[in-house]
Write a protein that binds this ligand. Structure first.
Ligand SMILES: Cc1cc2nc3c(=O)[nH]c(=O)nc-3n(C[C@H](O)[C@H](O)[C@H](O)COP(=O)(O)O)c2cc1C
Length: 277
């Protein structure tokens, strides 16, 4: 038996891990495969030595980057608790060895670069504990003079979600679902008495989208929250749920499980948007 370890750059979450496992299973004759986004590696056990060129090609096609390959003879050992404990330790040691700074950079930069707007959702509600984590990330966005001038209204109630969708579609003059079937809508609103609150709210939106991505959930900014929440009916509704004061809609962050498991590759960036002096 041969154990091959691929050092991979770009896997972010459990979905990336299972995508990588599928790619290996579909392209190579193997006994087992297991990937770790945290450890940045993929371990494969096979009877024959794997073709390195084909490995590079298969990983490149996923959009991740293969940084290195090691292969060694492998003998299956009896696994007990001690084996498990040692494996945990060695994974941690490997991550530490890469350096915490590297790990943080990789996680943040890759997270930002691989986030994409999801426009097709399953109807299944994400775990409420995950939604809470996303909301918490939103609350940690920076704000002008730390006035925290934006609020989040989390809509998971289907009746309200559908009414909000219809109101949003009406602004567009359409009768489709502008929320693409997403079951959860996090509406970000800006306190009109705070002069930076629209900017504050935009940063909240980005934190919500990045946190969703970090948890393997899809998200997208859906506009027209301003127009919807200008309407007396929705102003009244805000009051009815306990929102006091004058608020302006910034955006709706829709959240849910994406229908497609794979995140599309990032779109090319426009030229000429950076000026270095
Ligand atoms: C301010 C803003 C408003 C947006 N409004 C909508 C919208 O109403 N509907 C929609 O489908 N996508 C909307 N999007 C998502 C964009 O279509 C998406 O960000 C853009 O196409 C780039 O794709 P990416 O997010 O996958 O990189 C909006 C994004 C931003 C930042």
């Amino acid at each position: 038996m041969i154990k091959t370890v691929l050092k991979i750059d770009g896997m972010m979450c459990s979905m990336c891990e299972s995508h990588m496992n599928d790619v290996i299973r579909n392209n190579f004759k193997i006994k087992s495969v297991s990937s770790s986004a945290k450890g940045g590696c993929c371990e494969i056990v096979s009877e024959e030595r794997l073709d390195e060129g084909k490995l590079y090609e298969a990983v490149a096609n996923t959009g991740y980057k293969l940084l290195g390959i090691t292969a060694e003879e492998y003998e299956k050992k009896k696994r007990g608790f001690l084996w498990f404990a040692r494996k945990q330790q060695s994974t941690r040691a490997r991550v530490d060895a890469l350096g915490l700074r590297w790990e943080r950079e990789m996680l943040m930069l890759e997270l930002m670069k691989s986030r994409r707007s999801t426009k097709k959702y399953k109807s299944e509600m994400p775990r409420l504990s995950d939604i809470d984590k996303i909301i918490e990330a939103g609350l940690y966005a920076p704000s002008g003079r730390n006035r925290q001038g934006a609020i989040i209204v989390a809509v998971t109630d289907k009746t309200v979600r559908d009414r909000l969708s219809a109101a949003n579609a009406a602004v567009l003059g359409a009768n489709t679902d502008p929320f693409y079937g997403a079951p959860c809508v996090l509406v970000v609103l800006a306190d009109k008495s705070v002069n930076t609150s629209i900017y504050d709210g935009s940063l909240v939106m980005e934190n919500l989208m990045l946190a969703s991505h970090a948890l393997g959930l899809g998200s997208c900014w859906i506009h027209r929250a301003k127009e919807v929440f200008e309407q007396p009916e929705w102003q009244e509704w805000l009051k009815s749920i306990g929102v006091e004061g004058e608020y302006e809609g910034v955006g709706n962050c829709i959240v849910g499980y994406p229908v497609e498991a794979d995140f599309p590759a990032p779109l090319p960036r426009k030229e000429g948007r950076v000026f270095k002096i």
